[in-house]
Write a new protein. Structure first.
Length: 135
């Protein structure tokens, strides 16, 4: 977990300036939320302990001095219509917003707007594979 948090801190450096929409891909338990903990903490938007998975609330918002981090988990959504009710258009248009979207690859409206994609996969034991792709 410490390695994933540290990676989040490093990735945060390349996600500025905002606004940005980043899709995080990976199986359940791959470390997506842990990575987001590192990103949000590095940007001063939340402590690692404050960042939790928004599986049931769908969106968590963390506000820092320079950036607002939106953490979305779309696992439970099935249609673009359900997604539209979350206010994604408003979030993505905010000047200092960083949207970190788990399971966003399931929705064309998210994929068409993404600035970057982070793919994570399980390795052996505590190892994780991570790939960052822009555009």
């Amino acid at each position: 977990m410490a390695g994933t948090l540290a990676l989040g801190e490093k990735i945060a450096e390349i996600l500025l300036p905002t606004p940005k929409l980043v899709v995080l891909r990976g199986e359940v338990g791959a470390g997506k939320t842990t990575l987001i903990k590192g990103i949000a903490a590095s940007l001063g938007a939340a402590t690692e302990e404050d960042v939790t998975s928004p599986t049931f609330t769908l969106v968590h918002e963390y506000t820092g001095p320079k950036v607002k981090v939106y953490h979305l988990d779309l696992y439970r959504l099935e249609t673009e219509r359900e997604l539209a009710t979350l206010g994604v258009d408003e979030m993505v248009s905010e000047e200092n917003a960083l949207m970190l979207v788990e399971w966003g690859e399931r929705f064309e409206s998210i994929v068409s707007r993404m600035d970057a994609e982070i793919a994570m996969e399980h390795g052996e034991g505590d190892e994780r594979g991570l790939m960052v792709r822009w555009g």
